[in-house]
Design a binder for this molecule. Structure first.
Ligand code: C5P
Length: 220
């Protein structure tokens, strides 16, 4: 199997890029953030707060989550209900980074992620893919951009969806999320020593996609 790991902070464009690369190479795109988001949603729906560690862990242990791929698109199910849309909400994104600090929540998902990667050629994106989930991945990318650029992209995305928002709040949320992800004890977000750093602040989508495809070709 050929495994490509893409890590990086919120809003760096990982999922957009990973989706295109996967499609063009005929690989499966595995969005690990959605798995953590689904766990957060199950807690949110149960009225559990992120800092209630025991309750969060218990809820995440029992949550029935499953993943399906429909025409290359990953769908998340919680108790057999498709929650792929609902987990994209900002409130869930922010809660997710607060529950992703707990070891038992991560262990369960990491096992699922490794299982998928052992059976398929994948482009997998997240925060700890190269450092913890797939340390032997064939190609490791650390994709980043300045927090200002990332906030601007997110702002434009939300505007397009007709969501009322303000760019200062978005940049603050992004910085808070980065801080939590980079400073947690278990599997913090950081660049693996052997990962290739790509700063997309001044690159368009096509340039980043081509760069990764070139690197994959060189490695094959
Ligand atoms: O990438 P996305 O914004 O969907 O991720 C939501 C949150 O899930 C991240 O901020 C991070 O806290 C958590 N996450 C993680 N490990 C991963 C993927 C996501 O801790 N591999």
């Amino acid at each position: 199997m050929y495994n490509i790991a893409i890590d990086g902070p919120a809003g760096a464009g990982k999922s957009t890029i990973a989706k295109i690369v996967a499609k063009e190479l005929g690989f499966i795109y595995v969005d690990t953030g959605s798995m953590y988001r689904t766990m957060a949603l199950s807690c949110y729906r149960a009225g559990i707060k992120a800092d209630e560690e025991e309750k969060v862990v218990a809820k995440c242990r029992e949550a029935e989550i499953s993943i399906r791929y429909e025409n290359g698109v990953q769908k998340m199910k919680l108790n057999n209900e498709d929650v792929s849309g609902e987990i994209r909400q900002e409130v869930i994104g922010n809660m997710t980074s607060a529950i992703a600090v707990y070891g038992p929540v991560r262990e369960r998902l990491v096992e699922m992620q490794r299982d998928i990667a052992s059976k398929n050629n994948v482009v997998m994106d997240g925060r700890d893919i190269a450092t913890a989930v797939l340390p032997n991945a064939d190609l490791k990318i650390y994709l980043t951009a300045s927090s200002k650029t990332r906030a601007e992209r997110r702002y434009n995305e939300l505007l397009e969806k007709g969501v009322d928002c303000n760019i200062e709040d978005i940049e603050k949320d992004i910085k808070d999320r980065d801080y939590r992800d980079m400073n947690r004890e278990i599997s913090p977000l950081k660049k693996a020593d052997d990962a290739v750093l790509i700063d997309s602040s001044n690159m368009n989508i096509e340039e980043v996609v081509n760069k990764i495809k070139e690197l994959a070709k060189e490695g094959k």
